[in-house]
Write a protein that binds this ligand. Structure first.
Ligand code: ZN
Length: 110
C-alpha cells in the first residue's frame, strides 16, 4: 500500500503513515445511506428511510414528523425537501439468494 499523501510504500498494513501522519486505514463505517425506504413507506418513504438510517422505529419517526408539521409546519417543508433530496433505496433482492424451494427437489413418485 502507498501513502496517498507522500507516496511512501508500506509492505504491510499500517494505520498511519509514519512519514507524514496521514491516516492510511479505511474506517469500517457502515455503508448506510440515507435513502427513501422501499420496505417501509407510507407516502414517499422519507420517514422509513430516516428510521432505517438511525435505527429507529419508523412509526416513531412518523409521529415525530407529524408533530413537527403541527408545530409550525416546518415538518411538511422538511418532508418535501427530504423527498426531493433523498435518493431512492437501491432495489434489494435479499430473499433472492435462497434457492428456489421446489425446483431442485426430485418429484415424488406416485
Ligand atoms: Zn505519508
Amino acid at each position: 500500500m502507498f501513502c496517498p499523501q507522500c507516496g511512501k510504500e508500506y509492505g504491510q498494513k499500517v494505520n498511519f503513515c509514519c512519514q507524514c501522519g496521514t491516516a492510511m486505514f479505511t474506517p469500517a463505517k457502515s455503508n448506510k445511506k440515507l435513502t427513501l425506504s422501499r420496505r417501509d413507506k407510507k407516502i414517499a418513504g422519507v420517514c422509513g428511510g430516516f428510521a432505517e438510517y438511525m435505527d429507529l422505529d419508523p412509526t416513531l419517526v412518523r409521529l415525530l414528523w407529524v408533530a413537527l408539521i403541527f408545530l409550525g409546519g416546518w415538518g411538511l417543508i422538511a418532508y418535501v425537501v427530504a423527498w426531493i433530496v433523498m435518493p431512492a433505496a437501491p432495489e434489494v433482492s435479499e430473499s433472492r439468494a435462497a434457492a428456489p424451494a421446489t425446483a431442485a427437489q426430485p418429484a415424488p413418485n406416485p
